[in-house]
Design a protein around this ligand. Sequence first.
Ligand SMILES: *[C@@H]1O[C@H](CO)[C@@H](O)[C@H](O)[C@H]1NC(C)=O
Ligand SMILES: *[C@@H]1O[C@H](CO)[C@@H](O)[C@H](O)[C@H]1NC(C)=O
Ligand SMILES: *[C@@H]1O[C@H](CO)[C@@H](O)[C@H](O)[C@H]1NC(C)=O
Ligand SMILES: *[C@@H]1O[C@H](CO)[C@@H](O)[C@H](O)[C@H]1NC(C)=O
Length: 458
Amino acid sequence: MGRSCIPRCKVAKIMGWLQIILGGLVILVSILSLTKFYSAGLLLPNEDICQHFYTVKDVYGDFDAKVLSDRIGEVLESLETLQGKLESKVQEMEKNKGILDKKFLEDEIVRPIHSVNVALRHIRVPKIEGRNNTEKDDPLINFFITEEIRKYITPKENRVGKINLYGTNKVYNTIGHACVMYKKELEEYMDYDIGSYCDDDWNLAQKLMLNGCDPLPRRRCLTRASMVYQRPYPINESLWRLPDHRNVRWGNYQCRNFECLSSKNPKRGYSKCSSCFEMEKEKLKWVSNSSVSTDFLILDVLETKPGEIRVGLDYSIGTGTFAARMREHNVTIVSTAINLGAPFNEIIALRGLVPLYVSLNQRLPFFDNTMDLIHTNGFMDGWIDMLLLDFILYDWDRILRPGGLLWIDNFFCNRKDMDDYMYMFLQLRYKKHKWAISPKSKDEFYLSALLEKPPRAI
Ligand SMILES: *[C@@H]1O[C@H](CO)[C@@H](O)[C@H](O)[C@H]1NC(C)=O
Ligand SMILES: *[C@@H]1O[C@H](CO)[C@@H](O)[C@H](O)[C@H]1NC(C)=O
Ligand SMILES: *[C@@H]1O[C@H](CO)[C@@H](O)[C@H](O)[C@H]1NC(C)=O
Ligand SMILES: *[C@@H]1O[C@H](CO)[C@@H](O)[C@H](O)[C@H]1NC(C)=O
């Protein structure tokens, strides 16, 4: 009797727990519906019932009842699956007089019950009595299922009610609002074991960023690195030399080394800035006289403000050549970089320069009136939406210091759009140092401009 009973007794116990959980859920749901009626005024005799009906939404404030009911639905569904599995297992055991194995218990029962438990604990029910409307519940937290995302976006209160150095009592971890549209991908991205190695999935991360899930949540896994990483070249060599290909993880690219990224290779796997990985060509940029009037030289640009240009931003697609040249003039340049089919971030860093991994989505991470120079080349062309460009231009204006230079370098667009873009660049009433237009093809034109932000005496 004793031996054969053990597994079945266990199962019976588990079924008991399941029923308790289900019962709890039913109670929870009933309370919630009751609250709804309560707020609707059905239990308040002297109130105008109809009016309350119409203000249910207001009473609930920013608590999202739909998200809650969705989550309860999910939990109920997983409990139902669990129950089905258990019942069929019990039948199977009765037939075969089999015994319940540990692995089955762990994989099929303990873990699902644990995750159901966790999910239930994270359902945020609005406080019914004395709810304080100034205390806002974050509607996003209930939206995500993956534990790690919810942990990340839950505001972290300072310990024992202290105020931190920012003067706030909690710290918010933020994610881009478009993460909501990429729930599945984000959950895949955040699905890892804490402390173990992350997947080699920077391209999934970048896809999320470029689609507006930007900033991405931080992760608590160890990022992979090249297994044969070499000491980088010293700075007197690294600026103008292709780095060691062993220092890059190539798994998500078509190429496997820097030489393969040459514009001569039709299968290089990227299209923007096609000869950027050929140092002989890079060495000529911005220093050698060209027949094209829109190619300005670094020396000429620096001469407009001798000694004043010290820090700047290169808002471009490239391998850091502009920053390398400017470094030789003792100017520190930060270069934006997105890994569009090639390891742009890695090559900039391996050359000994600073890559800034940002997309067009974000406000720039610099304070107002701080930069001496913004250079832009190849990032934005005639595809860009006027409203987007407007926001970007004002952001550049914000970070440029009075007297700072905006160097628009070979922006190109269709002939018919040229007037609109010219208006955009001139609307901020910058001082024009240089201005040139040259044909690119039959219908397209290049525009280059060197503009100076005026002082603002207000
Ligand atoms: C609601 O919150 C505000 C600010 O946090 C506080 O001043 C107020 O006393 C609270 N009201 C209640 C009823 O708790
Ligand atoms: C770079 O500098 C190191 C010492 O700082 C020197 O040994 C080496 O020869 C230099 N390389 C070149 C190419 O000048
Ligand atoms: C470019 O041309 C100008 C005049 O045509 C000349 O003064 C200058 O030295 C040239 N610069 C280079 C780098 O060849
Ligand atoms: C850059 O700074 C170094 C050291 O201060 C100096 O020797 C060099 O002449 C400067 N280069 C330029 C182009 O100003």
